[in-house]
Structures are given as C-alpha cells and as structure tokens.
Design a protein around this ligand. Structure first.
Ligand code: DCT
Ligand code: MG
Length: 356
C-alpha cells in the first residue's frame, strides 16, 4: 500500500480486510529517516485545498472507508475518515512516511485503527437509487433483495422519488459534466425568470469549486428585493416545464441549511443521452432559494465542500467562545462571502480552494 503510494500508483482495494494492515503500516514506518513534517491549521476553513490532490491513493482509500462507515450507520467513524481524507488532500506533496504526519489534527485513532467492515455491494447498489438511504437498503437486503432486478420483481411499494430513482438509475449514477451543468443552468434560468422576473441564479456546489464533473448540479436562487423570492419553488414546479420533473427526495435530518426552500429534483436534459434512441438524460438538480439578506451565507454553505470546509467554519466560529447554535452562521449581516470571512477574522479562501 505505502509502496504503491510512493510510486504514485493508485491503490486498488481488493478486499476490505486488506485495509487493516495497510493502515497499520502508517504506524510501522514511523521510524524512517526524517523528511518534511507537514503542518496544517486545525480548521479546514483556514486551509486552501485545490483540486490538485497529491495523496489520492490515501484519500481514495479513506473515502471508501468513510462511505462504508456511513452505510453501516457509523456516523462518527464516517466523519473521522472524511476529515482525515480532507486533511491529506490539503498537503502540498505526497506523504512519503508516517513521520511526516506527526502532530497533525484529524489523523487520530479512527483513521489508523481500521477494522474490516461488512457493508456489501448490495448496499452500494441499492443506496445508489435516488430516495433510498442506508436503512431502506438494509431492510430490503434482509428481505432478500440485493439488486435492481430483484427489487423490480419484489413488488415492494416504492415512493415517488424511489420510483423515479429506479427508473433513471443508470443516468443518475453517471457523472454530470460541466457542459451539461451549463446547459441545465440556461434552462433553469429561463424557467425561473418566467415565474419571477429579476431572479438571480448561481451555480454552486462542486462546479463552483471548479470540479470538472459532479453527481448533481446545485443552484442557488435569489431576488434583489427581499421577500420576492418567497414561494418561488412551488411556482417553478407548477410551470409544468417539461424539463423540470420535480421528485421530492429522501427526508433529510434538519440542519441550519434547511431554513431555505429547497427542491431536489430529477431533470430531463435534452440532447444528452448516450444512445440515439433517447432524446434526453436524467440529471439530479438541487435548487435552493434564499432571500437576498442571507444570500452570502447560503452561497458559502452551498458551495461546500460539505465534508470539511462548511462544518469546520461552524466549529471555528464557535471556538471563540460563542455558543454553538443552529443560527450560528446568521447572527451577523454580510453582503458577500468576503465579508463573512472578514467578520470571522479569516483570510478569504476562494471557492477553488475549498475542495477539502
Ligand atoms: N450541502 C449542505 N447540506 C446538505 C447538502 C448539501 O450544506 N444537506 C451543501 C454542501 C455542498 C453543497 O451543498 C453541494 O452538495 P453536493 O452536491 O452533495 O456536493 P458537491 O460538492 O456539489 O459534490 P458533487 O460534485 O458530487 O455534486
Ligand atoms: Mg453537487
């Protein structure tokens, strides 16, 4: 594992059980000759993380572990692996020896004490269905449903989102390109301004951070006059625009991001199908509406990254002694992202460097 890492080769994880010795070896190599010891600020919002990742073999393995932990409902472990991955992504060069990681935050027991996990291919397949979370997938697996074929044959009652998810499974699990995102932006812009003139639309999420592709396309919508944006989403949905097929997504735990009107939808993108028989492909689109007074916060939040940058901003904010509250990000006014960073005493980090 570490040899591949040194050679810059990707690490293929053939069996999850192999991960245990792989990660223990980070410990075993601690006695090697000194090389540069990395130093990284504690909070991701104080770091710059571009898309250039010098430690992809390690971060890929940690992301896989995080995914597994999440599928097993082990939130704490999931977060720990994601934070460890986020930290390694920010390093200016490849890790050559464990001694370089001495004293770094986030690389705690969780990431170094790895045990075999039991999540299966079936879980990955089933949770790949829009509207299906870990609990539902587990229930189906217990009932003997392991793949899409078995699910279709089972006669399980699916909700509307899940039916759409099953129907568009292949499309939805195929990455969305930047060109597709731009095409969708033009269509969304037209649909939104037809119901609310003067509305402003911004592409957020991974694409705003400069990613060349993503699992969905995220938009933030506002209007320069406070309050005019209210009730916009139902209006957009009822335009019966043939492209915007809204399917409300899975229930999400409440968070301070949920104060905004939001619509998780499946979008029919014309002219993007792989096969000539089909005139369109399905793409996940996440629409969020914010009043102009909170636009800067919403933009910062929905630009992400979700894993590390945004949550760490919250932690950093509360580290000065102010209590952690749901409204943490909203107890001061700011007209731009720059103002938010300045208010928090942080150096501005542009979106392209929030890729932890
Ligand atoms: N977000 C959030 N809370 C949620 C969901 C999302 O704060 N419950 C924010 C953080 C990132 C942003 O929205 C976009 O989310 P994703 O689309 O999941 O992430 P992404 O970085 O755009 O990744 P991808 O490129 O795969 O879509
Ligand atoms: Mg996204």
């Amino acid at each position: 594992f570490t040899d591949s890492m040194r050679a810059g080769r990707p690490v293929e994880v053939l069996d999850r059980h192999q991960l245990q010795p792989a990660f223990s070896s980070l410990h075993l190599r601690a006695g090697e000759p000194e090389v540069e010891v990395f130093s990284v600020p504690s909070y991701a919002c104080q770091r710059r993380t571009s898309l250039e990742n010098h430690n992809a073999p390690l971060t890929d393995a940690l992301s896989l572990l995080a995914e597994n932990a999440e599928l097993n409902d082990e939130e704490g472990r999931g977060v720990a692996f994601r934070r460890a991955a986020a930290l390694l992504k920010t390093l200016p060069s490849a890790v050559m020896s464990a001694s370089q990681l001495r004293g770094l935050p986030c690389l705690g027991e969780h990431s170094l004490r790895v045990r075999p996990l039991t999540s299966s291919r079936s879980q990955l397949v089933l949770t790949g269905i829009f509207g299906v979370g870990a609990k539902t997938a587990d229930r189906w697996i217990r009932e003997g449903i392991h793949d899409l074929h078995q699910l279709r044959a089972s006669g399980q009652v699916l909700n509307r989102a899940q039916r759409a998810g099953l129907q568009h499974y292949a499309d939805i699990n195929q990455p969305v390109t930047r060109a597709e995102a731009d095409a969708i932006e033009a269509i969304v812009e037209k649909a939104v301004s037809s119901v609310l003139r003067g509305a402003q639309i911004v592409l957020t999420g991974g694409f705003r951070r400069g990613k060349p592709s993503g699992h969905d396309v995220d938009f933030l919508i506002t209007h320069p006059e406070e309050g005019r944006e209210e009730g916009l989403m139902p209006k957009v949905k009822t335009t019966r625009n043939s492209y915007l097929e809204s399917k409300d997504g899975p229930g999400r735990p409440p968070s301070n991001m949920d104060r905004f009107e939001r619509c998780l939808s499946i979008f029919k993108l014309p002219g993007a199908a792989e096969t000539p028989q089909r005139a369109w492909r399905a793409v996940r689109v996440d629409l969020v509406v914010s009043p102009i007074s909170q636009f800067a916060f919403a933009l910062l939040g929905w630009t992400g990254s979700k894993v590390s940058f945004r949550p760490d901003l919250r932690c950093y904010r509360s580290s000065d002694g102010s209590p952690v509250r749901q409204s943490l990000m909203f107890d001061f006014c700011a007209a731009s992202e720059e103002e938010i960073f300045a208010h928090l005493g942080l150096e501005f980090v542009p979106p392209s460097e929030r890729n932890a």
